[in-house]
Design a binder for this molecule. Structure first.
Ligand code: AMP
Length: 310
């Protein structure tokens, strides 16, 4: 199975209560691919960088075994740059600046081999570009999509057009409420699934994730980490782990999605331990499986006894 991930490849300048990191590697496609590659040997990145993108960042993708034939270098401009600041409550963040730069004219033409990709991850990106990529895939087996408040606010109609072609939308709780214009998450799920995606995953930052699929809801726990340095990219890493698991098992049933959420959560819990994607370079299968098992145990509920009548 192959995974194609399109999204931003970025410089991120991050401030958290625990420190700052200027111009580190970031972007939705970066986190997605760096997580997915632990599960699937064929991960293809589609994105664009500018003339200022350092060779050693490119090399890090290469060393991670990611297929970069879909990474364009646009010498006419600079790389997408996002600046964000997290509050003491790390679920809260302010975007301080978004410089789209080379992303403004990004209209990717996929390498011919990429057209047969089976799992397509539409990372956080202009929804029109997400559709442009989908148009070039022959027969996508499963389409995952992420988005964020920027696109919900700036391109709402275009986003809805993309959602009609998506199997699974992965979105955080505040974005879900904004997209559906509804405060209650259960009602929100119905409204968003009516827009197209059969499956909806609502990420709740430090509080886990909810999966709405068929007639059921599944709740994945959050891992109680002692040291979180930087939550940036947690959502994309989550999507990368989920897509990776689906590629590994080669099917998209309810149990595959449930297990996928656990692997996605495990990957995200690693990513937040360091600034930028640093932690994602040095993982291995044993560490990932061990963390996924810890997630399973967190949610294990002992058998319930019947109530004693008073
Ligand atoms: P996450 O923390 O998973 O929501 O994603 C954070 C990543 O999204 C950062 O690495 C940013 O580079 C990237 N990002 C920020 N704003 C945008 C945007 N408007 N479109 C696409 N990617 C973005």
């Amino acid at each position: 199975m192959s995974i194609l991930a399109v999204g931003t490849v970025a410089f991120d300048s991050i401030e958290t209560p625990f420190g700052t990191a200027p111009r580190v590697l970031g972007g939705s496609a970066s986190y997605l691919t760096l997580a997915a590659r632990y599960f699937c040997p064929d991960v293809r990145l589609v994105g664009v960088v500018g003339r200022d993108f350092p060779d050693d960042y490119v090399q890090r993708f290469r060393d991670s075994g990611i297929d970069l034939r879909g990474l364009e270098v646009d010498e006419s401009g600079d790389t997408f740059h996002w600046k964000g600041r997290y509050h003491y409550d790390l679920n809260e963040r302010d975007t301080l600046d978004t410089q789209l730069n080379v992303l403004v004219d990004f209209e990717p033409t996929l390498p011919k081999d990429y057209r047969s990709s089976q799992i397509v991850c539409l990372g956080n990106l202009d929804p029109a570009v997400q559709r442009h990529v989908l148009d070039q895939i022959d027969d996508p087996g499963y389409v995952l999509c992420d988005t964020m408040n920027y696109w919900i606010q700036h391109t709402p109609d275009s986003l809805r057009e993309t959602l009609q072609r998506v199997d699974c939308l992965v979105i955080n709780d505040s974005e879900a409420r904004e997209l559906a214009d509804e405060p209650n998450l259960v009602k929100t799920a119905d409204i968003i699934r009516d827009m197209g995606p059969e499956t909806l995953i609502i990420k709740k930052g430090e509080h886990g994730a909810l999966l709405f699929n068929g007639d059921t809801v599944f709740s994945a726990p959050a891992y109680p980490l002692e040291a979180i340095e930087d939550p940036t990219g947690a959502g994309d890493t989550f999507a990368g782990g989920l897509a990776g698991h689906l590629a590994q098992v080669g099917s998209y049933g309810a149990d595959d999605l449930r297990r996928g959420i656990i692997y996605g959560s495990a990957m995200a819990s690693f990513a937040v331990e360091r600034f930028g994607p640093e932690r994602l370079y040095h993982l291995n299968q044993d560490l990932i499986v061990e963390r996924a098992r810890a997630f399973r145990e967190l949610a294990a509920i002992p058998k319930l006894a019947p109530l004693q009548a008073a």
